[in-house]
Structure formats: C-alpha cells, structure tokens
Design a protein around this ligand. Sequence first.
Ligand code: ZN
Length: 482
Amino acid sequence: MQLQPKLVFDYFAEINKIPRPSGKEEKMMSYLQDFAREKGLECQLDETGNVLIRKPASPGMESRKTTVLQSHMDMVCEKEAGLDFDFLKDPIQTVIDGEWLKAKGTTLGADDGIGCAMELALLADDSIAHGPIECLFTRSEETSLVGAFGLSPTLLHGDYLINLDSEDEGQIFISCAGGANTRARFAVSLQDAPADAFFMKIQVKGLVGGHSGDDINKKRANANILLLRMLARFMKKYGLLIADIQSGGLHNAIPRDGYAICAVPAQHKEQVRIEFNIMAAEFEQEYVQAEPGMQFLLQSCPAADKVLEKGLADRLVKACLGIPNGVFAMSQEIPNFVETSSNLASIKMQGDTILIETMQRSSLTSKRLAACEAISGVFQLADAEVDVNTGYPGWQLNPASPFLQIAVQAYERLFQRKPEVKAIHAGLECGLFSEKYPKMDMVSFGPTLQGVHSPDERLLIPTVQMVWDHLLEILKNIPEKA
Ligand SMILES: [Zn+2]
C-alpha cells in the first residue's frame, strides 16, 4: 500500500533506518547535513548538535515573513520484553495495521520522526509555495531538552514557528507549562530492630499512574501517598518502624506502586492486619472510579537487624504527607485547565540516603516558584537537605496571536470545522524557544499518535495527509514582511 503523502512517508522510512536514541543522534545529524548538501541548501550545525536548514522562498513568495518548522531528531527507544533489537544499529520495522502504522515490537519513532519527515519533504519538494523557511531539528527532547536549552537566541531569523511534535490531529497548542524538580534528601540513621518484632512488607500496586502533568487532574491515586498513609497510622497506633522504603518511579510519572519493609511489636500483628484491610477498603472507596485495579498486600518477611531511627522515620513520613500534592490551582483564562500542580514521584532509600523526588509545574513561572518554595519549606522543617533545579520555562498563552489566526483559518478553509485550540500542562520545547525568542509567534500541532514512548506507539495514517495539507495551507498564507 502506498502511504500518502508519498514524499513524507518516503522520508519517514529513510529516517527509520537511522539510529537516533536521545543523546546519540550523531548519525541523524550527519544524515541531515548530507541531505542539505545534496539539495544545495544552507545548513548550520550548532554547538549542541541542533541542525538548521534554510530554504529560500519559492518564486513570487520572497516578500513573505519567515517561518520556522521544528521537530526533534531523537526518539524514545522502548521494545517488548525479550525482543532481540539493538536501537543503536537496527532499523525500525514498520507494519500497517488497518489505518495505523506501527513498529514490530518497538517504539515507532513517529514521535518525532514524522515531524522531521514533513520538514524534509518540504525542503525537497520545489513545487510547494512558501516564503523563506528555516527547518530546525533539535536534539534530545525526550530526555534533557539539551537542544532546546542550547539553542542560540540568534540562530533563527523566523517571525513564526511551527512545532511539529503534538499528538492529536485537529488540535493546535498555544501554551505549555514550565516545570522544575524539588528533591529532598534525608540522611539515614539506624537503630537496632527490637527483638520481638514482626516484620512485614506492605505493598501498594496496580495503580493507573500516568504523566505527572497531563494526567494530574484525572483523580488518580498516588501510590506513595497511600503507602505513607498506612505507615503513618501504624506508626502512631502500634509503634511501627521502617527498615526500607522503595516507592514510585520516574520523576515525571504519577507513581503506580511501592513498598515498605516494616516492623511492629509481635503482639500487634493481628490488629495491624485487620486495620490494613480496613484501610485498603477505604482507599478502594476513595478511588472507586479512577483506580479499578489497585491492590494492597501485607506479607510477613525476614527480620532485619536495623531499622530507621524512630525520629527520622517520623520526620520522613510527616514531611511527605505534609507537602501539598496534585492540582494546586486551575487556570483563570482557560476553563478546566490545570495551571499549577505538584507530584510526589518517588521515595527511595539508597544506602545512607533517602531520596524524595517531586515535580512542580505551572503555566505561570511565579506560581511554579511558589510551589517549589512551599514544598522545599516543608522538607527543610523536617531537616532534609533540599535542592530545586532550574527547570524549564513555560510558554505563555497569547490568545490574540496573529499566527494562531492564520493557522485556525487555514484549518477551517480545508476541513470546514474549527480546530481545538489548547494549552498543555506539560513541557514542550516551545517554552524554551519563547524564552530565547520572545517575539516569535508559535503554534504546535501534528498527526495523531497513540501509545507514544511505548512499543504500542502507532500513527494514524490519514491524519498525516491532513496535517501536511494544513501545513501547506498555512505556508501559502504567510503575510508579507512589514
Ligand atoms: Zn516528541
């Protein structure tokens, strides 16, 4: 089957032969430079490894404003368990499944290879009408955002920018949240475990989890908090002691599972079991809609010689339960949109430290800083060492953006309906671009992708043609330079 638009899918197939894990995009960088050389186009490689290819206006369009098209060249490399596949060498194998394009057991790399392919098609096809264009390919969006962070504020000359990294056709993004991580470290001090103690593993699992920004308003439970609520109750009533805690996962994910190894005086063992079951039932009631699969386990386990010193365990649990978590504030401008939030991502005992990771997000930098301040303060009161990273800036909403008008009108002309204009409570490279190029007018859109960052990643084939047509219609209608 011939996928359309042909040139876009041809370039997508080419890109999928090129290994491009985040941080290891060298082959993609040389491919892009070779491409530009072959087409006789001006190409620049900046210090961080971002590639910029410029193409002059098509005949008769020289007086139009300049448009930047941007995508990231790296991809998330995830494969099915047991699959023999080397992301540093092997080409991605694609398969068509009805209207979807997928990969055989790996991520597809349409995030953001399909954006790159559209840029290449645009650069290669001389029959398209457009003003001057600049195609920017950035590095390591999926991990460190090193490309967007390292972009020089003088590299681009464009008036407008289209980020091709959104995942739902029919949606145009015009704002994103900034984010920062607040980390707390408690120094571990131990005491001898009491001789008569009953040791047990308390475990929470099977939660839905999700993205700590985009999914923070979905009323889902946080595994760390449920676990800590149990520990707090048993500490208060039965003198529970903690020997180990490992809860939560990635810094940007709502935690799905966690456990603690604990001890209680043997005479309270049965009472603890009873209350454990009562609390589990209470939690199920609290999250009856959002968490159908959650499970709580209490199992006896081998005794440890040492446990956390009682005062330390007390400070740890109280601080983690004391910090605000979830949605802090909703947007004043956009209905039902989260403005500021925080997520308690993980609590992990590693050698002589207990490390706690949290992440704060907001569309308003001042509110994000206030959220970081509140959380740092609680941990400092509990004698933890706290650091807050610089994070990344948000992309401020500009509902009166002239470029948005152009994009919306182009969409309406093509499809006789309005696109959804949206903001996202998560980071996009546009946040960093808007900091470096405050005058640049930007939008973000792209074809429909599902299951991104997993081997389920799939691209809805017909939406590629729709986005491509939209892109060309926008370029045709770029206004004259002032
Ligand atoms: Zn992406």
